[in-house]
Design a protein around this ligand. Structure first.
Ligand code: NAP
Length: 246
């Protein structure tokens, strides 16, 4: 088990990539802190982990709320004594072409996808500095690297995540803390719900592997990066996209 007895906080872990990551981390022996908005999805994830003999705690926390995040971190430290990994996975979309995008729409995505990632890292950094150990993993996107039609706000947030992750890799590396970004391509999860089927089919055509990705394929990447096998990987930007940009 690659993550035996490690403690990992995963945001947006109630469904999609976050839930698949919670299950993968639990299978690898981690104690998983499931953080999300919906109590039902949190309960499902936590209960599934426990039924299989794993350890898990659930928290209804909005990543926009730094005070609530700090409270969660204090409770996790009280329960488990340490925090080895933070997976900044929660994210949203609110798509429009530039000419139609409103300021509120832009701000909403930045608040969750960019400020939310900052808030979560801010909430755990003192604990990780005290431990002189930690791994911060950040969900960016191929859209943060290459842009995408109708996603000015999302692309800005995901490019910003890479900038923050690389900054933390520089600031915190000597303190035993690694920070890396993962850039998924198009992965089958509820977040793709707003994309029309014909657009999804066209995207599939563009991928050299001939298909969209599965949440488990991103979860596997997070698990590797969280493990000691990735001990020299810091400030990396890892694309997991089936080669969509080739
Ligand atoms: P998803 O299925 O929509 O899951 C995202 C989870 O985050 C949901 O459970 C959602 O809760 C939660 N969430 C949203 N806002 C939150 C907030 N303010 N505080 C706490 N939790 C919040 O998305 P996904 O496809 O698994 O995506 C996971 C991450 O990968 C995101 O950062 C996304 O941008 C990134 N990504 C996804 C793809 C893809 O193709 N799927 C590609 C590239 C990058 P609710 O459902 O209750 O809103």
């Amino acid at each position: 088990m690659r993550l035996k007895d490690k403690v990992a906080i995963i945001t947006g872990a109630g469904r999609g990539i976050g839930q698949a990551t919670a299950y993968k981390f639990a299978r690898e022996g981690a104690k998983v802190v499931v953080c999300d908005l919906s109590p039902e999805w949190i309960e499902e994830t936590v209960e599934t982990i426990r039924e299989k003999g794993g350890e898990s705690l659930g928290f209804v926390v909005d990543v926009r709320d730094l005070v609530a995040l700090e409270k969660m971190v204090a409770e996790v430290v009280q329960a488990y004594g340490h925090i080895d990994c933070l997976v900044n996975n929660a994210g949203i979309v609110a798509d429009s072409q530039l000419k139609n995008m409103t300021g509120a729409q832009f701000d909403r995505v930045i608040e969750v996808n960019l400020k939310g990632v900052y808030n979560c890292a801010k909430a755990v950094v003192d604990v990780m500095l005290r431990q002189q150990f930690g791994v911060i993993l950040n969900a960016s996107s191929v859209v943060g690297l290459y842009g995408n039609f109708g996603q000015t706000n999302y692309a800005a947030s995901k490019a910003g995540v890479i900038g923050m992750s690389n900054t933390w890799a520089r600031e915190l590396g000597r303190k035993g803390i690694r920070s890396n970004s993962v850039c998924p391509g198009f992965i089958h999860t509820p977040i793709l719900g707003s994309i029309p089927d014909r657009v999804l089919a066209a995207l599939e055509e563009k991928v050299p592997l001939g298909r969209l990705g599965k949440p488990e394929e991103i979860a596997n990447t997070f698990a590797f990066l969280a493990s000691d096998e990735a001990s020299y990987i810091n400030g990396a930007v890892i694309e997991v996209s089936g080669g969509i940009a080739l």
